[in-house]
Design a protein around this ligand. Structure first.
Ligand SMILES: [Zn+2]
Length: 84
């Protein structure tokens, strides 16, 4: 579990990741953390499922640019390697 401050920081990191504004250092940090932290992995996973749902409901939903979703999907896919 995370403190509220930690959760906020992770949320900021996630936003930066989606905007492709994460420095390589911050990105590596986030990746390491996701490998170690079950709760953050499931958070990312639920986020991915939400994105998929958006697309199923409305293919032309402009709320989430396709490139952003692709970036997130790629990132999460990498993370699944950590589980094994
Ligand atoms: Zn975590």
């Amino acid at each position: 579990m995370h403190s509220q401050a930690e959760q906020f920081q992770l949320y900021e990191l996630l936003n930066a990741l989606l905007d492709d504004e994460l420095s390589p250092e911050a990105r590596a940090q986030l990746e390491v953390h996701l490998c170690e932290c079950e709760s953050c992995r499931s958070f990312f996973e639920s986020l991915r499922q939400t994105l998929e749902l958006y697309h199923r409901l409305d293919e032309h939903n402009p709320a989430l640019p396709h490139a952003v979703e692709e970036r997130l999907r790629r990132f999460i896919k990498q993370k699944q390697i950590c589980k094994s």
